[in-house]
Design a protein around this ligand. Structure first.
Ligand code: ADP
Ligand code: ZN
Ligand code: MG
Length: 496
């Protein structure tokens, strides 16, 4: 009998603190290859069902797989970025199971001799940094997709789309090093960030190009041996990962506190119910009967290839962040935000190269640009303002043509119109007023209208100074240079 949500919550509230959490993640990532791993079929997403198939990926008798070298290169690149040792020789194996979306009746994967082993990934979580071990990284093929809805007779039938059959994947298995749902979340987001940076995968969870299964157990604090684990599947968003783990941890604590035993089993995250549920035993009691794939030679990765791939490795996020701090004088926080994705980091660098001041560029990108993108629901790649155009605007602010405030107004107009800053400034006559005579005229007009307030100011009501500045700025429709207005007002009020 499964405990209810309420029972679990009640026990967990009292007892969770007495337990330590242990988590290990298994992450499947779709490689960015144009064709599948063992045939020439396209991997394009969203094509009509069963249009990208052939005898190889449909598993027709007599068809032979041919390994896609691009997939190997990407997998090796991922392995190196994750600090793994790459085995000079590895082996493909057949993982046998029956499922309608697997026409061959087996998946070609790697088993006892994976492509790469013993790596690590540095993560930052809960105010500390830690190294999470990576047990192995191997190549395998994807299965097809069962379509349970969307057809007139979907209540009676399941349809199958084999387009995804044979798409190249890597599986990355972590050590049981994670100690909280927060750490698991940080691991998954950092892994995604690295894989995106090195252009191995687009890591789009919605398209299924990044999938995660979470293994979790609990043990009494101080206990030596690991507890019995369960594996939670169906975690197709980052948010669900933490929520599902939270639930599963509390459930295990409640079971143990009720003198129960944790069954080693696979559980599914039920989003609607907000809980994990056991899969029916038939669905997970697999004996995969692994054996070496007789149609493929062992996979050899020569030292030269390894060095070539190492040499082509793009800068990784952590290195780029450190460089941003050193080269551009950014704060740790700004560098962290601006290296969040490779596209954002590229945008910043392209702007900083042309802008008068990298730090100002960093500020504008974080506040103005990211704000505008968020409002429009757009990604940095779709930014309506290009790096060069932003740099041009920053130049106008720097040289005093525009005040900071006017610059922001111009930026908004750039976002809305796609026009350049100089175009907008010229069309709307938005240049900042810096001419001393013009500024003095504005100041005198304001003072004349407020003779009573001058009196009060001179009697000691200093706060009125801000009022005068505000009035002048208002009279100039924000175009007067504020520093000059300040100086001029001070001079006039002092009676000079
Ligand atoms: P299995 O034999 O079930 O495939 P593995 O030992 O291969 O288990 O580990 C699969 C995943 O489960 C790895 O990510 C590993 O870190 C994790 N794992 C192993 N044991 C535990 C445990 N006791 N608690 C939590 N996670 C674990
Ligand atoms: Zn094919
Ligand atoms: Mg295993």
């Amino acid at each position: 009998m499964e405990l209810t949500r309420e029972e679990i919550a009640a026990v967990a509230e009292r007892k969770r603190e007495a337990y330590e959490v242990v988590i290990g993640l298994e992450v499947h990532v779709q490689l960015k290859t144009a064709s599948k791993i063992f045939c020439a079929c396209s991997t394009r997403f969203g094509d009509p069902p069963n249009t990208n198939v052939c005898p190889v990926c449909l598993g027709l008798p007599g068809a032979l797989p041919v390994l896609n070298r691009k997939a190997v290169a990407l997998a090796v690149r991922a392995a190196l970025a994750l600090n793994c040792g790459v085995n000079p020789s590895s082996q493909f194996s057949r993982k046998n199971y029956f499922y309608p979306d697997l026409p061959k009746g087996y998946q070609i994967s790697q088993y006892d001799r994976p492509l790469a082993e013993q790596g690590w990934l540095q993560i930052e979580a809960e105010d500390s940094s830690k190294r999470v071990g990576i047990t192995r990284l191997h190549l395998e093929e994807d299965a097809g997709k069962s379509l349970h809805e969307g057809f007139p007779d979907s209540d009676a039938k399941t349809y199958l789309d084999f387009n995804r059959c044979g798409v190249a994947l890597i599986e990355i298995v972590s050590e049981p090093d994670l100690r909280s749902p927060q750490q698991a979340y940080a691991y998954l987001t950092t892994l995604k960030q690295v894989l995106e940076y090195i252009e191995v995968s687009d890591c789009d969870m919605e398209k299924g190009s990044l999938r995660c299964d979470a293994n979790v157990s609990v043990r009494r604090k101080g206990a030596g041996a690991l507890g019995v684990k369960t594996e939670v599947k169906n975690l197709n968003s980052f948010r669900y990962l933490a929520r599902a783990l939270e639930y599963e941890i509390n459930r295990q604590v409640a079971v143990l506190e009720n003198s129960g035993r944790i069954e080693q089993e696979t559980r599914l995250w039920n989003l609607a119910g907000g809980r994990t549920e056991p899969m029916r035993s038939k669905e997970y009691a697999h004996d995969y009967r692994y054996f070496p794939e007789p149609d493929l030679l062992p996979l050899t990765v020569k030292a030269e290839l390894l060095e070539k791939i190492r040499g082509e490795m793009p800068e990784l996020p952590a290195a780029r962040k450190a460089r941003f701090i050193g080269q551009y004088g950014l704060t740790e926080y700004d560098a962290e935000v601006l290296t969040g994705t490779r596209a954002l980091a590229d945008f910043f660098e392209a702007t900083a190269r042309k802008a008068p001041e990298p730090k100002t560029a960093a500020n504008w990108i974080q506040t103005e640009l990211l704000g505008a993108l968020k409002e429009a629901g757009k990604e940095i790649q779709e930014s309506p303002v290009a790096p060069a155009a932003l740099a041009e605007l920053l130049q106008l602010v720097q040289d005093g043509t525009l005040s900071g405030k006017m610059g922001k107004a111009v930026f908004q107009k750039m976002v809305g119109s796609g026009k350049s800053a100089p175009e907008i400034v010229a069309a709307e006559k938005m240049e900042q007023i810096t001419d001393p005579a013009a500024i003095e005229k504005l100041c005198r007009e304001v003072l004349e209208k407020n003779a009573d307030k001058i009196e009060q100011y001179r009697k000691g009501k200093q706060a009125l100074f801000g009022f005068f500045v505000g009035q002048v700025m208002k009279a100039s429709r924000g175009q007067a240079n504020p520093a000059r207005v300040n100086d001029t007002l001070k001079r006039l009020l002092a009676g000079n």
